[in-house]
Every structure is written in structure tokens, then in C-alpha cells.
Design a protein. Structure first.
Length: 332
């Protein structure tokens, strides 16, 4: 779990951002979740990338009203945390538009996900593929590729396989009767269009090598979570990346399905704190801390008055306390 954001006080003490907010107020503020803005941002992403099936990364914010709103907008979802799928199911969201990109420790976990409607699973290596031996024919397995980019000190080491490991894993999977249907990329959340292009070009080469070794070409390319990198807030770069995806992958003619998971690009600016004097946007970590210490949540949705929502708690981490924000492991 990431460390709480720290804020320096004039007296030299350090407190969390939530404590800093609460300390200057007579009581806690309201935490406001703007579903209208979330829908608009999600729709804008899909319109900017018409050749990409944009999925919402549940780990960004797992509030049940948000999940239901995006599902109502014909949205798909990416599960990148072990408590994200339970959050979807608790919100009444299921079906086959779910990409399961969380490592599964036991075959019964993948079976439970399959029974919940999941059909697409991302795996990190050959051992994980073995757990899908004998799986139903409509289940699809994607191999996560380790990025070819130079590692960044601020980011944790990326998982996944090298190109050579991906090919050998695909060969081994064929022997087990498991069909490798696609590849999944791993890029930093601030990835540039140039970095996306380099990784997409690399993945096309890996897919060709897998076809040469197995006779089956992967037909799904997942661009990973954190999509669309820094271009999420830069229209010119967003257009550049969209053109590159269309030009390199050619989804309309190649038969390749492109998916991507967006979290911050959907939730940015959708959470705020409101006092009797002002309203200000906050990051999800600060909002989560405020909810932890008892702040009430208000959900704003077009066509209805703001609803004060009881704290429907969602697990923060396996075995940990409960919270609506599903948190990722701390970065190294």
C-alpha cells in the first residue's frame, strides 16, 4: 500500500494530506464524486481512440455508483488488483467485457473469475499458463510482455516476459491445449506516444514470431493500464497516438482487436472536497484518507439530486481494512 501523501506544516511537523485538510476546517468536508464528468472523460477517450476498446481500470476508483455508471455507458473493465473483481461483482457489474490482468495464485481463482463472466486473462509466464490447461474453449489467454524501454528509477520493475520467453511460452501452451490469443504491454503511466509506438511495433514482431513457432497468430493487443499515458491531457499527443495505433496495427483490416485500460484518464477531476466556503479537486489518495477518517460521500449524477451515500466499503488490500479505493502495491 502506498505511503500517505505528506504535507509539511510551519511548525515542522508532518501530517497526511487528509489531516492537513481536516486540521484547517471545522469538521470534515464532503467528498464529492462527479459521475457526469467521469462519463464525459470516458466517452471522450473512446471517441479519441475509435479503434481501441477502452476499459476502465477498476483499481483507480471502485465506487459502486461509478462502476454502474460506466457499465451503463457500455463500458468495459480491467481488473488489475485482486479485489477489483469482487468490487465489480458487488456493484452488480459482470459479463464478458472484463480483462483479468491480475496474477492468479490458484486455478480455482481463474475458474471463479470465468464463472463470473471473465473470458480474457493476462499472464506473466509459463507457470501461470499451466493453470489454464483444460480451460473452456472460449477462454482467451494474453501474454504480458516486459517492456523493452530502459527502466525508470521512479517506477517499480515491470513484470512480464521477454520476447523470447513469450515465444517459448506460446509453444509450451500449445502442448497443453491452451491457445495464446494475444499480447499485453506494460508501459509507465506517463508513457509518451513515442514509447507506445516503440512497444506496439515490438509487439507486432513478437506476434509474428509466435505465429511462426505455433501456426497461430495472436489477434488481441492490449496496450496495458495507464492508457493513454501522458497524452491523456495533451490533445495533440492523443491524436498522434491514435494515428499511430491505426497505422501500425490497422485494426480495421488486420483482424486484431486492440484494448487498453485507463484509470486516471477517466477519474481525473471527478473527485472534490466541498466545505461551506469552497470546492476543490483532490487526488484519489487524499479523498481516500478523508473517507477513512469519516468524511461523507456525495454522488452527483445528472437527472437526480445529489445523493448522500452510505460508506459502502470495499477492500483496500488482501486481508486489510476496507475502502472504496482499491490501492496498488507500493512502488519501489
Amino acid at each position: 500500500m502506498p505511503a500517505a501523501t505528506r504535507t509539511a506544516f510551519p511548525n515542522g511537523a508532518a501530517r497526511t494530506a487528509a489531516e492537513a485538510v481536516a486540521a484547517g476546517l471545522d469538521g470534515l468536508p464532503l467528498v464529492v464524486l462527479d459521475l457526469d464528468r467521469a462519463r464525459r472523460r470516458y466517452t471522450a477517450l473512446r471517441e479519441a481512440f475509435p479503434w481501441v476498446d477502452v476499459l476502465y481500470d477498476v483499481s483507480a476508483l471502485a465506487h459502486p455508483r461509478l462502476l454502474a455508471a460506466l457499465a451503463g455507458a457500455d463500458g468495459g473493465f480491467a481488473v488489475t488488483h485482486d479485489q477489483a473483481l469482487p468490487a465489480l461483482l458487488a456493484a452488480g457489474v459482470g459479463g464478458r467485457r472484463i480483462l483479468h490482468a491480475t496474477p492468479v495464485a490458484h486455478p480455482h481463482e481463474s475458474r471463479a473469475a470465468y464463472d463470473a463472466g471473465v473470458r480474457h486473462f493476462v499472464v506473466d509466464g509459463s507457470r501461470a499458463v499451466e493453470g489454464f490447461a483444460g480451460a473452456p474453449g472460449d477462454l482467451r489467454v494474453l501474454l504480458r510482455l516486459r517492456p523493452g524501454l530502459a527502466p525508470r528509477p521512479a517506477h517499480r520493475a515491470a513484470g512480464g516476459m521477454t520476447a523470447e520467453e513469450a515465444v517459448s511460452t506460446a509453444v509450451a501452451a500449445r502442448g497443453l491445449g491452451v491457445r495464446i490469443s494475444g499480447l499485453s504491454l506494460t508501459l509507465p503511466e506517463d508513457g509518451s506516444p513515442a514509447e507506445y509506438v516503440a512497444e506496439i511495433v515490438r509487439s507486432v514482431g513478437v506476434a509474428a514470431d509466435i505465429e511462426a513457432a505455433t501456426g497461430v497468430r495472436p489477434r488481441i493487443l492490449d496496450l496495458g493500464c495507464g492508457f493513454p499515458g501522458r497524452s491523456g491531457d495533451r490533445p495533440a499527443e492523443r491524436a498522434e497516438l491514435a494515428r499511430a495505433i491505426r497505422g501500425i496495427v490497422a485494426p480495421a483490416t488486420s483482424g486484431v482487436t486492440v484494448t487498453a485500460a485507463a484509470g486516471h484518464a477517466v477519474t481525473a477531476g471527478c473527485v472534490a472536497v466541498v466545505t461551506d466556503q469552497a470546492r476543490s479537486d483532490v487526488d484519489l489518495a487524499t479523498a481516500g484518507e478523508l473517507i477513512d477518517v469519516g468524511a461523507e460521500v456525495v454522488v452527483i449524477d445528472t437527472g437526480s439530486s445529489p445523493h448522500r451515500f452510505p460508506l459502502l466499503r470495499l477492500p483496500r488490500a488482501r486481508g486489510g481494512s476496507e475502502h472504496r479505493i482499491v490501492r496498488r502495491a507500493a512502488r519501489g
